[in-house]
Design a protein around this ligand. Structure first.
Ligand code: AMP
Ligand code: MG
Length: 400
């Protein structure tokens, strides 16, 4: 039996990042992984420019109440001329500050009188001027290799003039669910059957990471069917992820199938939910077999499969950020497995963030995962008293 940390370490050791890259237009780069660091060749902003609509002037010439001639008008996108002594330039947000001016007074502090302006304000030199290069200078590394590109990163890339970005190719992830009891939604249930929910949970999790999801549906509990599905999946994907069939029961064929077609490295982890977990390799593909209980599938994916897939995708930071919050519950019985409890956050009376547990922590109760905001993480052998600090993994960190 491995601890959750040992399993994660073993898994990450085996995850080789993809090497093939492609260029994608910046607007289509959402969720892709940057393959090379991006270095700016220009300053942002390129020139000193106005932060306000108002009047550009020399601060020293401008005692409060000064009346200045308006010698020019500079809108964004235009270049003004040098500011003549004793005058002001009408200027708009984003317009380059003309040579000679060292401050901009916002228009709310000015009154216009024909072609003159009265400045009802005492500006300081530098006021309301955004300096050239105050965001980015040439040679700054603006985005590191291994970054997952989000909306802000896309905008930043465009701000230095990049039209396309080099990214790793999309990872292909094939998945199937095992279980004779499973039927697809859209079909009526017969006695003994349940709807296959893991297929959909996995579809969301895999696609949320920006991987290509290759769906092999559900597979009956026979060795022959499991072998066939596994072989097909391994031939088409970088990583195969399955749910169910990894216990040691007579109806559990996943482990045997992986052993038959490839090799298995480990398969048990001291955590709840989700004790059995298989890692293996089949041909060129990695294999991860998640336990079948819907909450176990979900939790083991976010804790183990997700960092593994991220590393395979070329991402550098693969672990979710965790936070400390206050327990709004007692956890009296120390367990022999690490517990990941579905919990919701609420602001307590003293303003602290408090975690409340979903009342039913059974690994079959998927409602808990929808209700919860994240997982409270309790170490093996630990108890928690109400008010103590506990580790919390927000779902916002791991869904996607
Ligand atoms: P297993 O890991 O195959 O022993 O399954 C453990 C439990 O999870 C059983 O109650 C299964 O019926 C249930 N289960 C397995 N796969 C799925 C699935 N794809 N969707 C919903 N429940 C499942
Ligand atoms: Mg099963």
């Amino acid at each position: 039996m491995l601890t959750a940390d040992q399993l994660l370490e073993e898994l990450l050791m085996r995850a080789r990042g993809v090497t093939q890259t492609e260029a994608v237009p910046v607007e289509l780069a959402l969720g892709r992984v940057l393959a090379q660091p991006q270095v700016a060749t220009i300053s942002v902003p390129p020139l000193d420019n106005s932060a306000m609509d108002g009047y550009a002037l020399r601060a020293a010439e401008c005692v409060q109440g000064a009346v200045l001639a308006v010698s020019q008008r500079i809108a964004a996108g235009q270049m003004g001329g040098a500011l003549t002594a004793g005058s002001a330039a009408r200027i708009f947000t984003g317009a380059p500050v003309p040579p000679g001016a060292d401050a901009v007074v916002m228009q709310e502090h000015c009154s216009v009188d024909g072609d003159k302006v009265r400045i009802n304000y005492q500006p300081k030199a530098g006021e309301n001027i955004r300096r050239a290069g105050e965001d980015i200078c040439p040679c700054d590394t603006i985005l590191a290799a291994g970054t997952r590109l989000d909306a802000a990163a896309m905008g930043l890339g465009a701000s230095v003039g990049l039209a396309a970005l080099p990214v790793y190719r999309r990872l292909k992830v094939a998945s199937f669910s095992t279980g004779d009891e499973l039927v697809q939604p859209g079909t009526a249930l017969r006695a003994g059957q349940i709807y296959n929910s893991n297929r959909y949970t996995l579809a969301g999790l895999v696609q949320g990471l920006g991987c290509e999801w290759l769906d092999l549906g559900s597979v009956p509990d026979t060795l022959a069917a499991t072998l066939a599905a596994l072989q097909r999946a391994a031939a088409m994907a970088d990583v195969v992820i399955t749910s169910g069939g990894v216990s040691v029961g007579e109806e559990d064929h996943v482990k045997a199938a992986v052993e038959r077609l490839g090799k298995i490295d480990m398969w048990k982890v001291a955590m709840k939910p989700g004790k059995p977990l298989v890692y293996g390799r089949v041909g060129e593909a990695d294999f991860i077999g998640l336990p079948g209980n819907p909450v176990s599938t979900f939790v083991t994916f976010v804790l183990f499969a997700r960092p593994f897939l991220l590393k395979r995708m070329g991402v550098v930071e693969v672990l979710p950020k965790t936070y400390r919050v206050q327990a709004a519950f007692d956890w009296a019985k120390p367990g022999d497995r690490r517990e990941f409890l579905r919990a919701r956050l609420a602001v307590g009376e003293e303003g602290a963030l408090q975690a409340q547990l979903f009342p039913n922590q059974s690994s079959g109760v998927l409602t808990s995962a929808v209700w919860a905001h994240g997982l409270v993480d309790i170490d093996i052998g630990h108890t928690v008293a109400r008010g103590e600090s506990v580790r919390f993994i927000p779902f916002s960190e791991v869904l996607g």
